[in-house]
Structures are given as C-alpha cells and as structure tokens.
Ligand binder design. Sequence first.
Ligand code: SF4
Ligand code: SF4
Length: 240
Amino acid sequence: MEEDIVQIMPDEPFIFACHSGVACFNECCRDLNQFITPYDMVRMRKSLGLSCEEFLSKYTSRHIGPESGLPVVTLKPNPADGLTCPFVTPEGCSVYNDRPASCRMYPLARAVTRSRETGQLMEHFALIRESHCKGFSEGKSQTPLEWVENQGLKKYNEMNDLLLEIISLKNQKKSGPVDFKEELMVHMAFYDLDSFRTHIFEKGLLGEFNLDERIMEKIKTDDVELLKLGFEWIKRVLFT
Ligand code: SF4
Ligand code: SF4
C-alpha cells in the first residue's frame, strides 16, 4: 500500500469525502494495529452497553506502548475475515456515533506542541494519502479545522491531549516501560474505570485527595469525569 504524508496548515483546504457509495467502502477498516485511547473506550463501551471487563476481554489486547512505556489496548482484529475491525459490517461502522478518534481523524493526522512563549497548545496536521483510498476524488473541500468540527473531534482531542500531557511528563521523569505496579495502576485508571470506581468507593483509594462531595457524587455515574480524575491521580502519584 503506497502512502504519502504531507503537512497541511489548519486553515488550508483539502478535497476529501467518505461515504457508503465509494468503491473502497470499508477497505480501511481492516489490518489496522488500532490503539484505543481511554476516552475512545468510554465512548465505545457506552455505545455497546458493556462493562469495562466485558469490553476489554471481548474486543481488545493489552500491550505496553512502544513509545510511551505505558499500558495501552488495541482492538482485536477478526482473523477469520481478513483481519477486519470487530465493528465493521457491510453497512459500515456499527459504532459510528462513538467511533474512535483515529477513525474520525482519517485522512488527517494531528499532533500538538506547547508554545514555549505562551504555554498554549498548538495543533499541527498532516494529510495521509493512501493509494487504496478513493475519498480524495470525491470533490468536497474543507480545512483541517472544519474537519475536526464536522467529525465531532473536539471532545476527543480535549481528552486525548490530557493523555499526551501525562505521556510527556512520564517520559521526562523516566524512559522505558513503567514497572508492574505502575502498569496496574495506569491500566485501572485509564481503561478499567469500573475497578477504579470500586477502589475509590469501597476501598478508600484517593482518600488523601479529600475530594469534595460534588465530585464524589458525579464520578458515581459519569465515566468522563472519572477518567479525568484517573488522569489527575496518575499524574500526581506517579509522574510529578
Ligand atoms: S474513502 Fe478512504 S476512508 Fe472512506 S472507506 Fe474508502 S478507504 Fe476508507
Ligand atoms: S471502529 Fe468503525 S470506523 Fe473504526 S475501524 Fe472499526 S469499523 Fe472502521
């Protein structure tokens, strides 16, 4: 598969559209080594109505991220069907409204850096042209900033940028994989929110944080708030 990656400015138009009428429909939903971010998992799990344990065991494999040294999960492809994504159907993505950020972002890639001058995060984009993808002949023009808006990526980017900050702190503090105890803590706070919640409410984890009642009430049911708390816990306890 040929691939051409070029930098594109946030307000620079590019031509692309993807829909069920393209000849390559669903071609990109196979043979992917697809990392799932913690926020991706919150969204997909909610869409499927599964517990963390059910989602993790049915759909994912666990690894240590080669660059971050932190635990990550990838989607298990279907070996009986050309290594397709477990969520692809002849009609398209079965979790479309809650599909992962990487699926929404394609054919763009996004990176963020922090300005040394202002401390603000700056977004950078690249356009990935793969030979099998016919979407570049579909004639719809938009900029990367419009793509982010139209694909519902704002919340994903906000949550995934919190994760990037932790990876950066971790790599400043120590390179290579985290130790086994740290791995268990990070996996629970990032991917096993049901266990994290049980540890907080039944085993007194985070007691020293003196969380106010409003937060405690919220995290009983709100997985996004619980994940933000998990990021904060890991950041404070392991990497600052
Ligand atoms: S146009 Fe590109 S993104 Fe859309 S289905 Fe085809 S390969 Fe996938
Ligand atoms: S989650 Fe949906 S869009 Fe993403 S690879 Fe799987 S089927 Fe395709």
